[in-house]
Write a protein that binds this ligand. Sequence first.
Ligand SMILES: Nc1ncnc2c1ncn2[C@@H]1O[C@H](COP(=O)(O)OP(=O)(O)OP(=O)(O)O)[C@@H](O)[C@H]1O
Ligand SMILES: [Mg+2]
Length: 350
Amino acid sequence: MTGNEILKLLSEVRHPARGDRDIVELGMVNSIDTDGGVRVVLGFPKRRDPLAEYLIGATRAALIRGGVKDPKVDTVVLEDAAPKKKGLEFDTECLRNVRHIVGVASGKGGVGKSTVAVNLACALARLGYKVGLADADVYGPSVPLMTGTEGASPMAEEQDGKELIIPLEKYGVKWMSIGYFAERGQALIWRGPMACNALKQMILQVKWGVLDFLLIDMPPGTGDIHISLLQDIPVEGAILVTTPQEVALADVEKGANMFRNKGIERPIFGLVENMAWFTPAEHPDEKYYIFGKDGGAHMAEDLGIELLGRIPLVQSIRESGDSGEPAALGTRPDAQAFLDLAARLASKLG
Ligand SMILES: Nc1ncnc2c1ncn2[C@@H]1O[C@H](COP(=O)(O)OP(=O)(O)OP(=O)(O)O)[C@@H](O)[C@H]1O
Ligand SMILES: [Mg+2]
């Protein structure tokens, strides 16, 4: 493949915070090397382009789509007086005015973590708190869909020589997700360390401002990405989401151990039992304990943590997630369940 052919592929990579211009047009392609495999070096004018890691991933993806096998994408920092350092540096400056950073986690996927995180954020905002939510699921971000902010493109802004992404504001909550920077339907292909960095940028290079609560919707599982996140981000503690059935206990335990790990040691503020019972829309007063009754309470007891809330399984929660209008904003009983959860968490954290 020739340099020009590669340039053509690279011109498909757009910088979302630069009026959607592509990286070739923006002069960001520093060098292309085709000796023994393709290696592209992207030049960044500032050390802290908040989308650097995203652009590296997008560049790799564009090359792979164009048929390049295992392309290498490196970065170099241009015109910077500071000592040249490869890679990215993070600090926690943008979290300085955030009072409580709370991770929403589980040991297992699909238990409703994102649903609980998004609704809890809205419920806390309804109670008058200043709230932000960072979607830390870089592989399958769901916050844009659940909040009806899909397709929005957050801007970047310079502050004290650093570039920060401005979160989106809707329903009184500040939202940030890597989903805003990916094209619709485009799968995000990351290599391990890249995913970690992209994720940290979504939390540490965002203009959060003054917040009472910053919730972090953690990716499913309990792998390296979680440990790295907990090491670099001052997450105060976590809430764990589970479904009530007996077999889920092992997963919740895994989730709990992640925070209790040596070297991590963060408190678990409580357990949220999601899908605690089923209530059909046409019989709002009935409760069917299809996954068993009081499973959450037993688990909380077993693990020595508080049961912070119980959320019913109702069709309207799923529908409101899909339509981008979180259930917690409504007046139905399920909204009340989220408001109760929010009030308990807030009083627990003071
Ligand atoms: N209490 C509930 N009632 C009805 N539907 C629910 C409820 N909780 C979650 N769901 C639905 O279940 C699906 C999975 O939920 P969600 O995406 O929140 O799970 P998750 O734990 O974040 O998944 P992942 O591990 O993929 O991140 C969604 O379609 C959501 O709308
Ligand atoms: Mg999720």
